[in-house]
Design a protein around this ligand. Structure first.
Ligand SMILES: CC(C)(COP(=O)(O)OP(=O)(O)OC[C@H]1O[C@@H](n2cnc3c(N)ncnc32)[C@H](O)[C@@H]1OP(=O)(O)O)[C@@H](O)C(=O)NCCC(=O)NCCS
Length: 166
């Protein structure tokens, strides 16, 4: 398996993986909107590809903000059901973190399972002074300080535009 940037022709296969991984159509719709948004970042739309050229998983990270400062919002991430729990999601997460660090980004933020993301270094965002767009998300709203993180970076997180329509 390799992790690489998405190619233009990958999108139908990526969307099929997302539809298979999530029971509701909301994530596939969100992903289509993220692909078309101003906040799309080509270097942070990554696929996991098998040796046979099959797309096993995908993760996207788009521009977000903490107050007026640039940040990143990760998601959706999806792995084809028959390939879950085999390290594909972890490889996509680690590649995203590595790439975001290379790009000199400060923080990576997401909404997700408190059983999964802490293993990559994510902590409750409010413990870093980053407040959630929706207080009901509680500790599921998490953040990872990257190499260029400045400890004084506090404020409310704002996702890219398509998230606001959810
Ligand atoms: C969540 C997901 C991306 C993880 O990718 P993966 O390749 O299955 O995960 P990995 O093989 O890297 O890691 C396996 C570990 O993740 C845990 N895990 C898998 N899916 C999980 C989930 N939805 N919530 C919490 N933990 C999860 C497994 O229990 C396993 O834990 P262990 O290492 O303690 O045994 C993938 O399972 C998926 O696409 N799920 C459906 C869509 C989804 O829920 N996306 C995330 C929304 S926050």
């Amino acid at each position: 398996m390799i992790i690489r940037r998405e190619h233009a022709g990958d999108r139908p296969e990526i969307l099929a993986v997302v539809k298979a991984a999530f029971p509701e159509p909301v994530e596939a719709k969100l992903l289509r909107e993220l692909f078309a948004s101003r906040e799309y970042i080509p270097e942070l739309s990554l696929v996991a590809e098998s040796d046979r050229g099959e797309i096993l998983g995908h993760v996207i990270t788009t521009r977000g903000w903490i107050g007026a400062e640039k940040s990143l919002g990760l998601g959706p991430i999806a792995v084809q059901p028959e390939y879950q729990n085999q390290g594909v999601g972890s490889a996509l997460m680690n590649a995203t973190i590595e790439q975001a660090n290379k790009m000199g980004e400060s923080t990576l933020v997401l909404l997700g399972s408190t059983d999964y993301y802490p293993r990559f270094g994510f902590v409750p965002a409010d413990s870093m002074g980053i407040t959630s767009p929706d207080p009901s998300w509680g500790s599921h709203f998490m953040a990872l300080p990257l190499a260029a993180h400045k400890p004084g970076l506090h404020g409310q997180f704002k996702y890219s535009e398509p998230f606001n329509a959810l």
